[in-house]
Design a binder for this molecule. Structure first.
Ligand code: HEC
Ligand code: HEC
Length: 486
């Protein structure tokens, strides 16, 4: 899929934007004119992709250096794939990028028509692009959908979940934003969108933005024992909270009490999604195909909306192609997605950008000394995985793959598996240097704001954020530079 190269005008800040082509996709990155920039940029006030702020270590106030420009640091296949594996990767990538139509089973309700539409930045497989494709999709191919207020051109791709059912019981499920009503191939189908305005007014809607799938095969291949060993090691060092030898950084009486979110089917540790709610890439692919795009498949056989006048393909919509000549062609779409993501290389960090190697090195040390690394575990190893390029590999994911209580400020009121209403998976920080929107609902584009949002009543991170606050501006800048180097 190729995004059109366009020139945009940012209505909010009226800065001109330039377009940069990176890797497989063309990316629209907003580059603020330096006039708008100073060291006084306040958290949360930035524009998606704004960069060009001073990342020098002499800043009076630490600022998010912004998106790391240059080639996309992700989106390539794992090094060392055989040519046969490469063929699967490419077939999977093509299907992942393909837009589906009504006659192929799209809908009746969906959030978009392709995986890559949402997983777009900085390359196919990633997360929200700068320009939200859902805005154009509302009226695409004859669509008659109303665009809810929480979707904007410059905002992140979002899906919506309702917290409660009308009778007050827990809902938590995804309510698809769009319908096929009016679209090509959907003659005779008339559906009403969820009443988002009323639900929003009642405070019953929460949002999720896409998580990137780079390096996802490595995540899948981390043994449970390694996750558990890391958890108990962190817990043990938590009497003095990890930062041995730095008494001034101690957080007394606090423990990181993160827990695993175990899969309901076999009891092993689930790890994908904002609440670590999903076990495997195949499961996520089947679920996303049906939930995000309305395409039923061999894992999720039933249409989520069975309105009889709105069915235009046989079910399940996606199946194994038993009549295919080649093995690759015989795979279901769902399997192709899973293999593509499994073979995606992890993001490549920069050693010297932004801010230079010395600043990044110091920032990395602060990341550990203030306690960020207690949740954002810098590295795991995979086990004896069947796929050779995934076997016994380092996984620099910067997550412990546990869910933690993040307090009332980040709470979304939704439970998934053992993850409760205030709990989230320590967000993997690899690839952060080229991420536009932060936190589960995409509430900010500013790295500093994302860090400070960890602090609220009940959050396990409060002690660590207190440590972070005690760093001086230069030290904070080193830490931000380190994060944007990932
Ligand atoms: C409308 C946007 C949208 C579309 C289309 C979409 N996704 Fe996603 N994806 C999301 C969101 C939002 C999340 C986070 C969901 C959560 O955790 O609640 C996500 C998370 C994921 C993850 C988890 C990655 C991780 O490590 O946490 C995988 C895997 C994934 N999607 C695969 C797919 C596949 C495969 C498709 C196509 C069948 C797809 N997605 C289509 C929005 C989308
Ligand atoms: C108690 C565990 C914990 C600690 C300690 C912690 N984090 Fe996090 N972090 C999380 C969780 C959980 C999320 C996801 C929260 C959400 O999206 O609501 C997160 C999200 C983030 C994000 C946003 C990533 C994204 O993709 O949106 C950044 C950046 C981040 N953390 C950096 C830090 C830094 C820097 C520190 C240290 C100052 C730190 N964190 C300390 C658990 C922790």
């Amino acid at each position: 899929m190729r995004a059109p190269i366009t020139r945009l005008t940012n209505r909010l800040t009226n800065v001109s934007l330039v377009v940069i082509t990176i890797g497989l996709v063309s990316l629209q990155l907003a580059i603020a004119k330096s006039t708008a920039q100073s060291s006084a940029v306040s958290p949360g006030s930035s524009t998606p992709g704004v960069t060009g702020r001073q990342a020098s270590s002499a800043a009076a106030t630490a600022v998010d250096p912004g998106i790391r420009l240059g080639a996309a640091a992700a989106g390539s296949p794992l090094p060392g794939l055989t040519s046969a594996q490469m063929a699967y990767f490419l077939a999977g990538q093509e299907e992942f990028a393909a837009a589906e139509s009504v006659t192929e089973g799209l809908g009746p309700r969906m959030n978009l028509d392709s995986c890559a539409g949402c997983h777009a930045f900085p390359a196919i497989g990633g997360t929200s692009p700068a320009l939200n494709p859902q805005v154009a999709f509302a009226s695409q191919n004859g669509g008659l959908d109303h665009l809810p207020s929480f979707l904007t051109a410059n905002g992140p791709v979002r899906e919506a979940r309702f917290v409660r059912n009308p009778d007050g019981t827990a809902d938590g499920g995804v309510h698809d934003i769009f319908t096929i009503t009016g679209r090509v191939g959907a003659t005779g189908c008339s559906l009403t969108q969820p009443d988002f305005d009323t639900q929003l007014a009642q405070g019953n809607v929460i949002f999720r933005i896409p998580t990137p799938a780079f390096g996802a095969g490595l995540l899948e291949a981390i043994p449970d024992w390694a996750i558990l060993a890391n958890a108990s090691q962190n817990a043990a060092s938590n009497g003095a909270l990890g930062v041995r030898g730095h008494a001034n950084f101690q957080v007394s009486g606090r423990t990181m009490s993160g827990q695993t979110n175990n899969n309901g089917n076999d009891g092993t540790i689930a790890r994908f999604g904002w609440k670590a709610q999903n076990k495997s890439l195949l499961l996520f692919s089947g679920e996303a195909y049906n939930v995000e795009m309305g395409i039923s498949n061999e894992l999720f056989q039933t249409e989520r909306d069975e309105t009889s006048s709105c069915q235009f393909a046989t079910v399940p919509n996606d199946t194994t192609r038993t009549d295919a000549v080649s093995t690759v062609d015989s795979l279901s779409d769902m399997e192709k997605f899973a293999i593509f993501m499994r073979f995606l290389a992890p993001p490549a960090p920069s050693v010297d950008s932004p801010g230079g190697a010395a600043s990044i090195g110091k920032g990395s040390a602060f990341f550990t000394s203030v306690g960020c690394a207690l949740c954002h575990t810098p590295s795991f190893s995979t086990g004896s995985t069947a796929v050779a390029p995934l076997r016994n590999q380092k996984v620099n994911v910067f997550s412990d793959l546990l869910v933690h209580n993040m307090g009332v400020g980040l709470a979304d009121g939704v439970s998934q598996g053992q993850a409760g209403p205030q709990e989230f998976r320590s967000a993997p920080l690899w690839g952060l240097g080229q991420r536009l929107f932060f936190l589960h609902d995409g509430r900010t584009t500013d790295l500093l704001a994302a860090i400070l949002a960890h602090e609220s009543t009940g959050s396990e991170a409060n002690g660590v954020i207190k440590n972070f606050r005690s760093l001086n501006a230069n030290q904070k800048q080193d830490l931000l530079n380190f994060l944007r180097s990932l």
